[in-house]
Design a protein around this ligand. Sequence first.
Ligand code: ATP
Ligand code: MG
Length: 256
Amino acid sequence: MAKFYTLVNQKGGVGKTTSTVNLGAYLAEYGKNVLVVDADSQANLTSSLGFDKRADRPSVYDVLVDGVSVRDVILPTAHQLLHLVPSAPSLAGAEVEVLDRPNREKLLSVALAQIDGEYDIVLMDSPPSLGILTVNALTAASDGVLIPIQCEYLALEGLSQLMQTLRLVRERLNPRLRIFGLLMTMFDPRTNLSQQVVDDVRQHYPKLIFRTVIPRSVRVSEAPSYGQSIVHYAPKSSGSLAYEALAQEFLARGGA
Ligand code: ATP
Ligand code: MG
């Protein structure tokens, strides 16, 4: 049986997609059969893995809106054990198109149930909002959420709203929903602010915060434009070593 996680934070640009790609890639390097799911119409996860987001191919949109089998949209990636459910810009319309569906919050979880036996870990990337696509990804996250938090001013802003959404989804849609870990991203060792933010989160959530902190790294930000994970693009870079450590910590916490 697969374990299902969603990377979530309605704040934009905090490292959800980057962490989905690179954690997924390292887990695959460690021999886990990994499926990453792009549930964002920006389709950054799709392009980060080297696929043209505008190409004419079936995507998660077809799965959610037209009931296409998820198996029919899965793409292999440059990592042998890493597969992708791609997104496309058309997904932006899905929010409205599924509004009158009776089970509109469960479309993704129902679709992914089909491949439950075929992967060890499913990581879902979600958009920067708390709309129906994010709720679908949270409903499908039967093993928890990872919350990337950028090490910057106002990092915790919006977190209470996110916690409230998690509570609602837990009560109504997914009783197993829990926070698997808080991941500090884009840490800049040259600023006191970065360290203060980490200390602050550690004080508030000592059990939830991952020990591994992801540093700000030019290599990490360049890799997507080459359609590569950091494992392939710059394996020895500080960002790569951090994502490797995160994968180890994820597994040590019982993530797979
Ligand atoms: P969105 O909410 O728009 O989906 P996101 O939370 O998925 O954003 P990313 O796209 O992963 O965030 O990252 C935002 C930007 O920051 C990207 O340009 C990415 O390359 C860059 N970035 C992410 N992590 C790092 C890092 N550790 N070092 C340097 N740049 C990073
Ligand atoms: Mg993203």
